[in-house]
Design a protein around this ligand. Sequence first.
Ligand code: HXC
Length: 512
Amino acid sequence: MNKTETLSRKLEQARLGGGQDRIDKQHAKGKLTARERVHLLLDPGSFEEVGALVIHRTTDFNMERQVFYGDGVITGYGTVEGRLVYVFAQDFTVFGGSLSETHAEKICKIMDMAVKTGAPLIGLNDSGGARIQEGVRSLGGYADIFYRNVQASGVIPQLSAIMGPCAGGAVYSPAMTDFTIMVENTSYMFVTGPNVVKTVTNEEVSSEDLGGASAHSTKSGVTHLTAANDVLCLQQLRRLLSYLPQNCEETPAAFPYELGTEIREQLNDLVPENPNQPYDMREVIKGIIDEDSFLEIHERYADNIVVGFARLAGRSIGIVANQPYSLAGVLDVESSKKAARFTRTCDCFNVPLLVLVDVPGFLPGTDQEWSGIITNGAKLLYALSEATVPRVTVITRKAYGGAYDVMNSKHIGADFNFAWPGAEIAVMGAKGASEIIFRKEIGAAQDQAAKLAEKEAEYAETFANPYRAAQRGFIDEVIYPQETRRKLIRAFATLENKVATRPKRKHGNIPL
Ligand code: HXC
């Protein structure tokens, strides 16, 4: 065999990973192989592999007899819509995709390259965890990756797809990246699996129920997105990237867009006259943004707030919006955390923020207080206050109490604040307010119900409108709903070159 043939043979072995029978097993589970995933993720023909001939160095347990080129992870770079990205894909056909010292070194190498060149990093996770035969060396390998995740945080976008097992401490790498997407029914994430759970707590639970895509997209919020299969997962990753820049020094690429009248009459009738009647804030979003451009994040988790990316006249924006359809759009522990996290992600990567407000306040009760609504509500307040990206607010209806301040008010640094004519900006709703401030007067009245109604109407007339706030300049303009899109396009265009400076410090201390 000549030297060229030797290379070809080695590369062919690397291509086959753990062998054809294991590839067939992977397919039988409805999963693609690591190599197939990389090729589907990237633009056709753009993948350049790095480290295809790496092998592990373990000799314990006769491991020297089991050597596979690539050592269970495919690493390299390529393009998505012409943009450079770095990628690693764990290969379950080699020792169950388990992480050895060399496997970790390969991942670390491309993480370093991604940071050096200012390009996003995408990890496709499918692994049995630490390579058991390597002991602490594989644990150290994980920590090397964790450390790099943190150093790269806020510098380059880091996206994680969970496309198989992801258990034990291994979950903490995806958890520290910007986005996690899980494939339904074939992936799971947990710190301790069903067997340990049974031993420690006597609970019987399946892997799927404990840490499948459904649990993490509805109960824990660990995953931002889910996909029905591998192909859709990879497509979602490509779409998600389109809203993000290459790194924190850049802005997201704009799509071509030609301006028209930008009037959207359907927005005029979306908010019901009755302030207690709900409506779907997603319809408001739909009426404002470019057609079909909304990518909702955490769609089924804490659905009293809606967050996601969209485009406005071709430009990427992040949206944070109270959802009157769920819990009347109230802020609670989970929705505050969800919105705070999304706000910070947008701010890291120069994605301007649009905040749509219809909020009756914070959710009262022992459950919320004991779950730390104070600290968690403060997260959102903090995240918005520190965000330096262009920030625009539209109050569609209620903006009551502390939640008025928190939801991107002028006072905490929003650049433009608009309100629709039906907006109610006050300390609280008319009934509650009247019961407190007119208590004596109502108590002394012969017909107390009539007196309360009279006082309620008086209060509503005085405060349940946007004009007091507009008089003080807290609202820049009261706008007709149909004009919202046009106003926002102009507002964000005006803010394109916004520069905001912050006091010198090591870092702030967000109430985690
Ligand atoms: C070495 C492993 C492995 C591992 C799987 N394999 N996990 N080899 N180290 N961690 C090997 C198996 O021996 C098998 O090899 C092949 O991969 C496929 O595994 P199967 O068990 O046949 O596959 P499946 O039935 O699909 O089950 C997948 C699995 C299971 C659920 C992931 O393999 C499993 O439970 N593995 C152990 C998981 C684990 O406890 N990992 C350590 C977690 S602690 P052959 O040659 O037989 O095909 C951890 C700490 C991280 O990760 C800490 C970071 C700080």
